[in-house]
Design a protein around this ligand. Structure first.
Ligand code: C2O
Ligand code: CU
Length: 555
């Protein structure tokens, strides 16, 4: 194993991802951030220098479990104190599994400000994936707004609530297209919009006819469920969230925020250029234009085809999404032994049934889990647990179960929720089933929430429509070949069941990956193995805020 080192300078930079000039968070002057590449088992040492005068930053390594390095997970308020202006901080951790990952800011809504990039972990030399390809490409997809994140956050926190609304555009590798003529001329906004800006030229994926490509995809979307399609080409799905899956063919791929995939694409069509297309799913798209890129053959002159933009299933065709979600099955002979199959005899030691409701807190709209909206406190929870600091988190644990008689098809009967910072604590070795129950929101609409777990991967045991029944629903679980992942959708008025083994000491958020939802409290924290973390110690460099700052006389 080698050490992969990078120095990342973080500052606001001028960008025009969809032709509309906007200030975004750049790394070493560029947006999106540079791709980090390493080999399984390598040690990553990534140093961040914060040049943003008015904001702290943290960086999360999405999909990397941080075995033995929980403090490096990059979650503000849970793993660490934010890196302040003028300060530098080095994340050091091992990339223990091959696969497609990404990194993104995990403080406030900085991911939505463009603070992200790709992280690819290759197999060591001499080891091979169970599929063949001649070349590879990476595309991060995203939804994009013109208003700054502070404006969007302020609206979400305001009374009355002001929703961020539909994205202005959809981006592939940080490039998309906004219709500048939709902006009134002679306004300051019109000056910010220029369709001939080179920075919003469509993303081009170059291929050679006759070859097969591994296309790695990741969604860092702030809100939208997305669907990706390549005009005239089918995709063979082989990897999901860093785990190989039983391959299947599809002509459109659902991507929820926080998910990564690899698909194989054969360049076997006669033309020079084909559309890459990205559309909104699961939420009425109100004319959000298809995000377009170009698949270009043999270095032919690049031009956007004049054929219609590719469209996947209709936005409200939830059945198509469920069918696709159920296609994911673990690959039996996975070359990576840590990508272990489900132990069917493992005894489940605890079951959580988490009801996710939209409620209010003194007039502010919030998302809550079993009637608690997560409100982070300034001291990192990990340190609070390790050093037993009273006041660093709520010591009363949040509820394990939803009320048995809850009607999921109605708005919440009690509108007012509770604010909390409690932690679900487990023992190392516990095997936990978590059921996420989706229900009607304040308007009795139910939407898709993609849930992401830090520090562990989980088996997806199943999805079911309606209300979870502790007696009958487990009979439908897939205990034969459930896929292992770290991200999972929950469909409208439906439940999702996952299982995982607590084998990586630390404090780990489990939250909806929609940036605007986690901002409104849609998450919980799981912790275990605190004694082990205490024995290893936590570096002082993550403790310079809140109560740890006082306790250790830092700063
Ligand atoms: Cu990619 Cu906690 O998130
Ligand atoms: Cu959500």
């Amino acid at each position: 194993a080698k050490v992969v080192e990078h120095d990342f300078e973080v500052a606001y930079v001028d960008a025009a991802p969809d032709c509309y000039a906007k200030t975004v968070i750049g790394i070493n002057g560029v947006y999106p951030g540079p791709t980090i590449r390493a080999v399984q088992g390598d040690i990553l040492k990534i140093t961040f220098h914060n040049y943003i005068a008015t904001e702290g930053i943290t960086m999360h390594w999405h999909g990397i479990r941080q075995v033995g390095s929980a403090w490096a997970d990059g979650t503000a308020a849970v793993a660490q104190c934010p890196i302040l202006y003028g300060e530098s901080f080095t994340y050091e951790f091992i990339v223990d599994r091959p696969g497609t990952y990404f990194y993104h800011g995990h403080f406030g809504s900085q991911r939505a400000a463009g603070f992200y990039g790709a992280l690819i972990v290759d197999l060591p030399a001499g080891k091979h994936e169970p599929y063949h390809y001649d070349g590879e490409h990476m595309i991060i997809v995203n939804d994009w707004w013109h208003r700054p994140i502070v404006t969007q956050e302020q609206g979400l926190e305001a009374i009355p609530f002001k929703f961020v609304g539909d994205p202005q555009s959809l981006l592939l590798e940080g490039r998309g297209r906004y219709n500048c003529s939709a902006v009134p001329t002679y306004t300051p906004a019109a000056i910010s919009c220029n369709q001939t800006d080179e920075r919003c030229a469509p993303h081009v994926m170059k291929v050679e006819r006759g070859k097969t490509y591994r296309l790695r995809l990741a969604s860092v979307a702030s809100l939208s469920s997305l669907n990706f399609k390549i005009e005239g080409h089918k995709m063979k799905v082989v990897e999901a969230d860093g785990h190989n899956v039983q391959p299947f063919w599809t002509d459109n791929l659902d991507l929820y925020s926080g998910e990564t995939y690899s698909v194989l694409v054969s360049a076997n069509m006669p033309g020079d250029n084909y559309h890459l297309g990205l559309n909104v799913r699961g939420r009425e798209d109100h004319n959000v234009p298809t995000g377009l890129g170009i698949l270009n053959y043999n270095n032919a002159p690049v031009r956007q085809p004049s054929t219609p933009a590719p469209k996947g299933p209709a936005w409200d065709d939830f059945e198509a999404s469920k069918r696709q979600a159920r296609k994911y099955k673990a690959l039996k002979h996975n070359p990576d032994p840590t990508s272990h199959a489900l132990d069917r005899h493992a005894k489940v030691t605890r079951t959580l049934i988490l009801l996710t409701t939209q409620q209010k807190l003194k007039g502010h709209i919030k998302w809550a889990i079993n009637n608690v909206t997560y409100a982070p406190l300034p001291t990192p929870v990990l340190a609070g647990l390790v050093y037993n600091i009273s006041g660093s988190y709520d010591t009363a644990p949040p509820p394990d179960k939803m009320p048995a008689d809850y009607n999921i098809y109605a708005p919440p009967p009690v509108t007012e929720t509770n604010k909390g910072s409690g932690v679900y604590q487990f023992k190392t070795g516990d095997v936990v089933d978590v059921i996420i129950q989706n229900c009607g929101n304040l308007q009795n609409i139910s939407e898709n929430h993609p849930w992401h777990l830090h520090g562990h991967d989980f088996w997806i045991l199943g999805y079911g429509d309606g209300k979870y029944d502790p007696k009958t629903s487990p009979k439908t679980f897939n205990l034969k070949n459930p896929p292992m992942r770290n991200n999972v959708p929950t469909f409208p008025f439906a439940w999702t069941a996952i299982r995982f083994k607590l084998d990586n000491p630390g404090a780990w958020p489990f939250h909806c990956h929609i940036e605007w939802h986690v901002h409104l409290g849609m998450g919980v924290v799981f912790a275990h193995g605190i004694e082990e973390v205490r024995a290893k110690g936590i570096p002082n460099s993550v403790l310079g805020c809140g109560l740890t700052k006082q306790l250790f006389k830092l700063r």
